[in-house]
Design a protein around this ligand. Structure first.
Ligand code: GLU
Length: 423
């Protein structure tokens, strides 16, 4: 089993314990994942050779419902990382009050090195190795880093073949033709946009001209750039793994997105000047949005941050050490479990529709997402100002209270508490 989960994301949890009424036994249960499985996935490569990739699925908790969380394909994936992300999913689902527990999966692979055929065989292989653990009432995967609706389409098809049944609710983030919902691919950025709009005045004042820098120009980062651009924000810098681009007057986001769609990377941008990736994090902007990988803002660079607020669109982009530094300098951080929860919220809508054999309009999905994001953002903001605690702590306290309530309602807690008195 992975080490004690409180070592990484758990630091956020520990910070919220002073503000939460929670039984010791609940904490003991949260400390370790319910299950943690590592498999080896053999894949026939195009050149005829056989490669074997390590694959993972960690279910952290299922008290509030079937476990939910994405699958990532990345060279850096480890069991430890997947367990940590599963832990965060439990809290993200609880914070948004979704009827889900938390899980995460992954494959240690550099997906850029694989052909489409190899990727398909790997995706199907992941499902083949883990099918016993998955299902609409058990554990429901979704896209994450470097996986998309095509990958979910392959996975869902493979699962149906194994189970000899049509089970679209077993995966979310599928292509629309296979039961996916319009709006799922923009759900993370849409959710982040609602959170920013809701908290913007409080965090950065009412200035008419607002500036933002976005690290990460993939699915969430590029779509958020468009939404902010359309809403009148000046997007002064964006970056991906190939380049970082700056224009103090505001970048032409539609042109940059066209360029990235056509060439596959930001490098050689049609407008703006190229800067170093580190410079982007240190720009004097109202809002800094890390939307790439975990650990981007850390002990080494947190002191350079000049933004007034940070929105964590990636999972875990600000380390606990950086949090302390930012806090002491008055930089507010909107935490990942709130800022990027739009994705799993629309996954919930997809799961509900698949189970009911229903299809909502794109408008209904968008409206319900906005309502849920605004409601929970307000709750986090109110708790934060009521108790004088950072937004992150407030978010973890709210999630923890919901989780504790469910865990205690299963009866185990009262059993433990009264245990000593029983004959
Ligand atoms: N991978 C996304 C996340 O980290 C979405 C998970 C889901 O939809 O289940 O929140």
């Amino acid at each position: 089993m992975p080490d004690d989960l409180f070592a990484v994301s758990g630091q956020r949890l520990v910070a919220s314990l002073d503000h939460s009424r929670i039984a010791d036994e609940t904490l003991v249960r949260l400390r370790r994942p319910v299950s943690s499985v590592e498999v080896s996935i053999p894949v026939r490569m195009d050149d005829g050779s056989l490669a074997v990739f390590p694959g993972f699925r960690v279910r952290h908790d299922s008290t509030r419902g079937p476990a939910k969380g994405g699958v990532r394909f990345s060279a850096g994936v480890s069991r430890r990382e997947v367990a940590d992300l599963a832990f965060r999913m439990t809290f993200k689902a609880a914070l948004l009050d979704l009827p889900f527990g938390g899980a995460k999966g992954g494959v240690t692979v550099d997906p850029g090195q694989l052909s489409p055929g190899e990727l398909e065989r790997l995706s199907r292989g992941w499902v083949g190795a883990l099918a016993d653990l998955l299902g609409p009432d058990r554990d429901i995967p979704a896209p994450d880093v470097a996986t998309n609706e095509q990958v979910m389409g392959w996975m869902s098809d493979e699962f149906d073949k194994i189970r000899r049944a049509h089970l679209p609710a077993a995966f979310t983030g599928k292509p629309i033709a296979l039961g996916g919902v319009p709006g799922r691919s923009s759900a993370t950025s849409d959710g982040a946009f609602h959170v920013i709009r809701e908290l913007g005045d409080e965090l950065i004042g009412k200035e008419s001209e607002r500036t933002v820098a976005i690290q990460g120009f993939g699915n969430a980062g590029s779509q958020l750039a468009s939404r902010l651009h359309e809403a009148g924000w000046k997007v002064v810098a964006v970056s991906d793994s190939s380049a970082a681009v700056l224009d103090e007057q505001g970048l032409d986001i539609p042109a940059l997105r066209r360029h990235k769609d056509e060439s596959g990377a930001l490098a050689g941008p049609p407008s703006g000047t190229q800067i170093e990736g580190d410079e982007l994090l240190a720009l004097d902007v109202d809002l800094l949005v890390p939307a790439a990988l975990g650990g981007a803002i850390n002990e080494g660079n947190a002191r350079d941050v000049r933004a007034r607020a940070i929105v964590e669109v990636a999972n875990g982009p600000v380390t606990p050490e950086a949090d302390e530094i930012l806090d002491s300098r008055g930089v507010e951080v909107i935490p990942d479990i709130l800022a990027n929860a739009g994705g799993v919220t629309v996954s919930w809508f997809e799961w509900v529709q698949n189970r009911q054999g229903d299809r909502w309009t794109a408008r209904k999905t968008a409206r319900r997402l906005e309502k849920r994001m605004v409601r929970e953002t307000r709750r986090v903001a109110e708790l934060s100002s009521e108790r004088g605690i950072p937004l992150r702590t407030a978010a973890w306290v709210l999630a923890l209270d919901r989780l504790a309530e469910a865990m205690e309602a299963t009866g185990t807690e009262s059993l433990f508490r009264n245990g000593g008195d029983q004959p």
